[in-house]
Design a protein around this ligand. Structure first.
Ligand SMILES: [Zn+2]
Length: 486
């Protein structure tokens, strides 16, 4: 047989890990392609933000706005909380500045710890018992800051933040321009951490934390969770098991919070065929080859499973040829082949997003069944890996959102609605969703998360502090959420 020209296709992704935290749905890569082998890619796992418009400018309502007519007015205690947050706005900005001026990309373990230590000081002064949950050295993660008050009063609250940033922010400084501040982590989510601290400080100063049961978990690796996940998220899940309600301080918009998010799973499809001369393709002896079998399977997924808005199954990275080299992080496939050879191997890496665990299981079954209908002379196998669990909508979540909406209206910030679950990526709150009722998006509004141009609207920091303080106050002193457990 005559030999064709060997060509190479190389597809790689810039990120260093398959677990990408918050926000982005950006498509990245450098892609060099040549003939035979295939290509394509997109993004893998994904974090917390809004799929539709992660960088939309978000300006909260002016603080002078009047409360909605149907909201419960602020009590005297709540007015004191609001006024405390407002009076300490400059302190909160100063704390944010200090935390942003410490670079804390996920891999910068010392930086992540130093950011955490700023919050340790604050939490200790409010009567929290604080510790670091270390991760094994092999995981190369900074560990998590865990602070706890063990009282007996009211709902048991779990407050979730993260200390790491996607963009390393080396050499970047906090720069303030009127009500906007720029710098790595300003909005995702050092601003959210500070809003949480601002709310707790107001509660502490006005006696509102007395007897309360609050656990704060600030993870050190939200943007790129350590592996294995069972170890990386064990402490967070343990905290959830002794809590009733989780409030997460990822970035949000004034009028939106998240009480449901889709879970995500990885999958890999390995296809094999018989290597042979291209002229023999589709014959009994040679079969259809690995590339046609891969195409059949992916098209089968699309034809049989597409259409459910809560479900996506995206093949992000594909390569086929006479050989395919892969990396362990699933961000690079290097294929070689010849145009006159029936390709004997194809690999596909993809993700699967779903709103319920049962849905995940049934979709995986259907995908396996499609894979199993092999074309002649081929074989294929699909494997799945759990990443983020689903956070499905629940009745208790709707009650929690309604409470938050009432708080926002009472403060004059207007109504809050739930985000469409499919508009958000997965986040740390997803890991605790199986154990309690959670809401995310209590943090600050900003732009450019995961980029060198990240910024925060400082008015949203004050708004987030006020809303969180009063929501926590009502959860600690008010009636419990029924049903609390999902
Ligand atoms: Zn985040």
């Amino acid at each position: 047989m005559s030999s064709g020209t060997t060509v190479t296709a190389r597809v790689e992704r810039l990120a260093s890990s398959a677990y990408v935290g918050c926000n982005t749905f950006s498509l990245l890569p450098a892609m060099r392609i040549a003939t035979v082998a295939l290509l394509v890619l997109a993004t893998l796992a994904g974090g917390c933000g809004s799929a539709s418009s992660p960088h939309r400018p978000q300006v909260p309502a002016p603080v002078t706005a009047t409360p909605g007519a149907d909201s419960v007015p602020l009590s005297d205690a709540e007015t004191r909380l609001r006024d405390y947050v407002r009076a300490h706005h400059a302190d909160d900005i100063a704390l944010l500045e200090r935390s942003v001026n410490i670079s804390s990309g996920t891999q910068n373990l010392a930086g992540v710890r130093r950011v955490g230590d700023l919050f340790v000081e604050e939490l200790v002064s409010m009567g929290f018992t604080v510790r670091w949950a270390d991760m094994p050295a092999s995981m190369r993660r900074a560990g998590h800051l865990i602070a706890e008050r063990r009282g007996t009063r009211g709902a048991r609250l779990l407050l979730i933040g993260h200390l790491d940033t996607v963009f390393e922010g080396e050499g970047q400084r906090f720069v303030r321009d009127d009500t906007i501040a720029r710098g790595a982590g300003t909005s995702d989510m050092k601003g959210g951490n500070v809003a949480m601290i601002a709310a707790l400080r107001a509660l502490h100063a006005t006696g509102g934390l007395e007897g309360s049961r609050v656990v704060v978990v600030m993870t050190g690796d939200e943007e790129s969770a350590g592996s294995p996940l069972e170890v990386a998220r064990r402490d967070l899940i343990d905290a959830a098991k002794r809590s009733d309600i989780a409030l997460a301080f990822e970035g949000g918009r004034a009028a939106r919070a998240a009480i449901a998010r889709r879970g995500s799973s990885g999958w890999t499809l390995n296809v094999t065929g018989r290597q042979g001369h291209s002229a023999g393709v589709f014959t009994t002896g040679s079969g259809y080859g690995a590339v046609y079998e891969m195409a059949r399977i992916l098209d089968g997924f699309r034809r049989e499973l597409a259409g459910d808005p809560t479900l996506t199954f995206n093949p992000g990275l594909v390569a086929g040829g006479t050989s395919v080299q892969r990396d362990s992080a699933e961000v690079s496939l290097v294929a070689a082949g010849k145009t006159n050879i029936i390709a004997p191997t194809t690999i596909v890496h993809g993700d699967l997003r779903f709103l319920r665990e049962a849905q995940k299981d049934s979709v995986r079954e259907r995908m396996r069944a499609i894979v199993a209908q092999h074309l002649p002379g081929t074989d294929a196998e699909i494997t799945f890996r759990d990443r983020y669990p689903a956070m499905p909508p629940t009745a208790a979540g709707a009650v929690l959102l309604a409470r938050f909406d009432a708080v926002s209206r009472a403060l004059g910030y207007g109504p809050v609605e739930g985000d469409a679950p499919e508009s958000r990526g997965a986040g740390d709150v997803s890991f605790v969703a199986p154990f309690l009722t959670g809401m995310d998006g209590l943090g600050v509004s900003g732009r450019g998360a995961h980029s060198p141009d990240e910024s925060v609207n400082l008015n949203s920091l004050r708004m987030a502090g006020e809303r969180s303080a009063i929501l926590m106050h009502r959860l600690i002193t008010g009636p419990s959420l029924e049903p609390i457990r999902p």
